[in-house]
Design a protein around this ligand. Structure first.
Ligand code: HPA
Length: 242
C-alpha cells in the first residue's frame, strides 16, 4: 500500500476530506481515507484543526505502518528563502534542518531494546524521488530537486533575522512539519519522498510583509501535485525497491 500525506492547501482537496475514518493506535488517533489503494492522510486532520506543534505525528505514522504502507509521498506548503524554489513552484526536498522542539519525534523512546540512532545521511528515498521527478517532467513541469527545508516549531511565522540566519545555514525553504514527520517515517522503515510547494516569500523578503498565494492558485497547485503523486505511486511497485 502507498500513501500521500498532505498539509496546508493539499487538505482542501476532496481526497483529503471525504470518506475519512478514525483509527486509534497506541500513540493516539489519526484519520485517513483509502481511494483506489492509495491512503490519503491529512496531517492537520480534516478541516485543518491541528497546528503543527499539536499534530500527533507518531499516531499518523503508526496508522500508516499498521496499514502496511511501504512508500509515502509527503507534501508540504512552505515559505521561500532562496530563488531555488520561489512562490508558486513545487519541487523535491533533498535534506532538512530541524529546529522543532518539544515534539514526540521518535518511536525509540528508551526502555529495553528501544535505544536506536537512525542514520539520516540520505534523508529521503532516492528511487521514489526520481520516480516523482520523472512523472512531473513527463507532464511538462520543471522542478527543483535539491532544496533544503528548515523546520521551525511555529505556530508563529519567523522573524526576518531568523530567515537570514536560516539562509546562511543553507536553507531554501521554511515550514513547520517536515522534519518531525520524516524522522518518524524513517524510523518506521517507510520510504518517503518529500514534495514542497511555496506559497509565500519568507519573513523580510517581500516588500508587502508576508503575502500568501491566492486560494485559487493554491488549489490548482495542490491538485497538480496530488495528481502527480498518485500517478507516481500507482506506477511504483514495491518490486522496484532495493
Ligand atoms: N514559514 C513557516 N512555515 C510556512 C511558511 C513560512 O513562511 N509558509 C508556509 N509554511
Amino acid at each position: 500500500m502507498k500513501a500521500i500525506i498532505g498539509g496546508t492547501g493539499i487538505d482542501e482537496d476532496a481526497r483529503f476530506r471525504e470518506g475519512m475514518k478514525w483509527v486509534v493506535n497506541k500513540y493516539g488517533q489519526s484519520m485517513y481515507a483509502v481511494i483506489d489503494d492509495i491512503v490519503y492522510l491529512p496531517r492537520h486532520m480534516p478541516g485543518h484543526s491541528l497546528p503543527p506543534h499539536r499534530i500527533n505525528y507518531r499516531a499518523n505514522v503508526e496508522a500508516l505502518r499498521e496499514l502496511g504502507v511501504d512508500a509515502v509521498i509527503s507534501i508540504y506548503a512552505v515559505g521561500s528563502i532562496t530563488r531555488r524554489m520561489s512562490p508558486s513552484r513545487f519541487g523535491l526536498v533533498r535534506d532538512f534542518i530541524d529546529f522543532a522542539f518539544g515534539r514526540e519525534n521518535t518511536f525509540f523512546d528508551g526502555g529495553e531494546g528501544a535505544v536506536q540512532h537512525t542514520p539520516f545521511v540520505q534523508p529521503f528515498d532516492r528511487e521514489l524521488k526520481a520516480a516523482f521527478a520523472g512523472t512531473a517532467v513527463k507532464a511538462g513541469y520543471s522542478l527543483p530537486m535539491e532544496t533544503i527545508y528548515v523546520t521551525t516549531n511555529g505556530p508563529r511565522l519567523e522573524t526576518p533575522a531568523e530567515i537570514e540566519a536560516f539562509r546562511s545555514m543553507g536553507a531554501d525553504i521554511v515550514g513547520m512539519t517536515l522534519a518531525t514527520e520524516a524522522e518518524l517515517l524513517r524510523e518506521a522503515g517507510i520510504r518517503n519522498a518529500a514534495v514542497a510547494y511555496s506559497i509565500n516569500w519568507a519573513a523580510g523578503l517581500d516588500a508587502e510583509g508576508i503575502s500568501f498565494l491566492e486560494d485559487e492558485t493554491v488549489k490548482r497547485l495542490s491538485r497538480t501535485i496530488i495528481d502527480l503523486a498518485v500517478e507516481t505511486l500507482s506506477g511504483f511497485s514495491s518490486l522496484n525497491f532495493r
